[in-house]
Ligand binder design. Structure first.
Ligand code: ZN
Length: 404
């Protein structure tokens, strides 16, 4: 056992270890005082025997806590200030101001136990700069998977991020430009959104052919495509176009919510990930109060989609509004547990399943030998009470303890 004064330097050892009462390995909770060995930025071993470690091994013993893989939020906007309701002022902002805000938000994510974020919309490809900065290892931040500016119709949803493109030739050229910049994933606004006036969320911004052009070019370069899709038709078109993920998946019509179970069947068949943006602070004002009832209906549809076999990834859309601050993801996992998913499934939805959705399943989302040493510890047992996710006892990112 290392005293708290020793925590600061424990990870300077070549090999050190963290111990708790139990661990969630991304798939199931295992008891028996696991000892996770960390070497550099990787997990060097997981000892479930409960045996005493060798005397010269430095061990951070967290007592009655549960170790989990670092949480993965597959839908965030580091550039968005959650309290800024219009966001459009960003179009005139200098990049240094935006980047400073993004670093602050990335720190908030880490503090909440989110060690990986997939940024699905920034300006000037700044999330890629941040990704590369953190990868260099000189400063600590979450791993960033980045889409760059989302592709959108002229003056369409989030146009001010700089990804406007209309027609097949233009969307193809934009995908190529994004790939040249080094994006990890292509994000397209298949429908309008709640926050940008001009296009209603139920309205399609692109035809099925335009969406198919996007997936064709992206897939030819080995990049997945995820589509922001609130509207029923836009969802069906995106699925037919071969996207890998659907964000929101709201099934909004002009005046309500009307799920199309044929589309859900196609989603299940194709193994498309559903980015269920269900994380909110429990209180506070909604960015669009008139949407509250629809969002509740959407939650009920998610429960059925899960029963039908859709892969629901718990994510936040952090930054989108005042109830979606950066680091809000644990509230979404708690909410998932009330939707009809088991607590184990809820935890997997933001760890092992989210890693698959982000293309990181070979090194993240699980506690296993050879995986990245991105770990968190929460008080008590989240399998019994998901609320323990709000009581973070330690965050380890790439083998180093995060000191908040
Ligand atoms: Zn979003």
């Amino acid at each position: 056992m290392v005293s708290s004064g020793g925590r600061r330097h424990i990870e300077d050892q070549r090999v050190w270890a963290v111990r708790a009462a139990r661990l969630f390995d991304g798939y199931a909770v295992r008891a028996g005082r696991p000892l996770v060995l960390i070497e550099g930025s990787r997990i060097a071993g997981v000892d479930m025997t409960g045996a005493a470690p060798s005397a010269d091994l430095r061990v951070l013993d967290l007592g009655d806590a549960t170790l989990l893989p670092g949480l993965i939020d597959s839908h965030v906007h580091l550039a968005f200030d959650p309290d800024d309701r219009s966001k459009q002022a960003m179009a005139d902002e200098d990049t240094e101001t935006t980047l400073t805000r993004m670093v602050f938000h990335a720190g908030q994510q880490l503090r909440a136990g989110v060690t990986t974020v997939r940024d699905l919309g920034d300006r000037h490809f700044l999330a890629l700069s941040l990704r590369d900065r953190y990868m260099a290892g000189l400063e600590m931040g979450p791993e960033v998977v980045a889409a760059g500016p989302p592709i959108t119709r002229t003056r369409g949803h989030c146009w001010f991020l700089g990804g406007e493109a209309d027609g097949i030739a233009a969307v193809e050229a934009t995908v190529r430009k994004h790939i040249a910049h080094g994006v990890d994933v292509v994000k397209i606004m298949a429908t309008g959104g709640v926050t940008t006036p001009g296009w209603g969320p139920h309205q399609s911004q692109y035809t099925r052919d335009e969406l198919a052009a996007v997936t064709r070019v992206a897939h030819a370069h080995g990049r997945p495509v995820t589509a922001h899709a609130h509207g029923r038709q836009g969802m069906a078109d995106a699925v037919a176009a071969g996207v890998n993920g659907l964000e929101h998946a709201s099934f909004f019509t002009e005046d309500g919510v009307e799920p199309d179970w044929k589309t859900v069947e196609a989603v299940v068949q194709a193994g498309i990930f559903i980015g269920a943006t269900e994380a909110w602070l429990p209180t506070g004002s909604m960015i669009a109060p008139h949407m509250a009832e629809r969002v509740e209906q959407r939650s009920a549809n998610f429960a059925r989609m899960h029963r039908e076999g859709a892969r629901l990834v718990c994510c936040s859309d952090a930054g989108a509004g005042p109830r979606k601050p950066h680091g809000v993801l644990p509230y979404g996992i708690i909410h998932f547990g009330s939707l009809g998913l088991t607590n184990t499934e809820a935890l997997a939805s933001a760890t092992s399943l989210a890693a698959q959705a982000c293309g990181l399943a070979d090194r993240k989302g699980s506690i296993a030998t050879g995986y990245d040493a991105d770990l968190i510890a929460v008080a008590g047992n989240p399998l019994q009470h998901l609320e323990t996710l709000l009581d973070i006892r330690a965050v380890i990112r790439a083998g180093r303890l995060f000191q908040s």
